[in-house]
Design a protein around this ligand. Structure first.
Ligand SMILES: Cc1cc2nc3c(=O)[nH]c(=O)nc-3n(C[C@H](O)[C@H](O)[C@H](O)COP(=O)(O)O)c2cc1C
Length: 207
């Protein structure tokens, strides 16, 4: 059982999503003794943002690439290979400015390689990276899971669900801690709710 563990918070030791993603991996270790985990810290070492040269490196004919682009191609292939190889992906994904961290967006942009992660057919797009479970450690300062007006402001979980769905991943599970900037009691409540959901993973219940 191969797990890919991704973090993207820029808050280091103070990060809530890093704590939750680590706890999810620990819970998975309890239910899957044969777990192999690879870890990528996008906050510490983000992929460069996609520009024209990188897009060509990702998708172009290798014989047409310069040395820098060949290095980007090798790096990009590693990102795609490790995502495809994972049975379970755990992603620490805070809400920043109503969306995901720019480092996490850069990683998703790098994964979106036609012919490997998705393809277009006469019937429309088809995801090629299905058959895996993705856990999202979702942290937010405010509340977005209540009213329709609150949910409309969420471009973090909603974006991740759409993007992963485009990749072919239908089993996306959110472990959510929200209200984290609304005072000590709300923060404790938010983290406690996430802990309960993680305990359910360890007990093999649906999370
Ligand atoms: C740069 C930045 C932008 C943020 N933007 C939002 C936001 O739009 N909505 C919100 O509810 N919380 C926002 N927050 C609060 C974070 O979602 C909250 O602190 C969460 O714990 C971040 O996860 P992390 O601790 O793993 O980085 C923001 C925090 C930072 C640092």
């Amino acid at each position: 059982m191969q797990v890919l563990h991704i973090d993207s918070s820029v808050l280091g030791e103070a990060s809530a999503s890093r704590r939750i993603s680590a706890d999810i991996v620990s819970a998975l270790r309890q239910t899957h003794p044969d777990l192999t985990v690879s870890y990528r810290d996008l906050g510490a070492a983000p992929p460069a943002h996609m520009d024209g040269a990188i897009l060509q490196a990702m998708r172009g004919d290798v014989s047409q690439l310069n040395d820098a682009q060949r290095a980007e191609r090798a790096y990009n292939d590693t990102l795609v290979d490790e995502f495809l190889a994972a049975d379970i992906v755990v992603i620490g994904a805070p809400m920043y400015n109503f969306a995901i961290p720019t480092q996490l967006k850069a990683w998703l942009d790098r994964l979106a390689v036609p012919g490997r992660i998705f393809r277009y057919t006469e019937k429309g797009p088809e995801g090629l990276a299905g058959g895996k479970t993705v856990y999202i450690a979702s942290t937010r300062g405010g509340l977005y899971w209540g009213t329709p007006a609150e949910q409309a402001m969420d471009h973090q979980e909603s974006y991740l669900k759409v993007m992963l769905g485009f990749f072919g991943v239908t089993d996306v599970r959110f472990i959510r801690a929200e209200g984290l900037a609304m005072g000590d009691a709300a923060r404790a409540d938010g983290m406690k709710k996430a802990s309960g959901d993680i305990a359910a993973i360890a007990e093999r219940k649906a999370a």
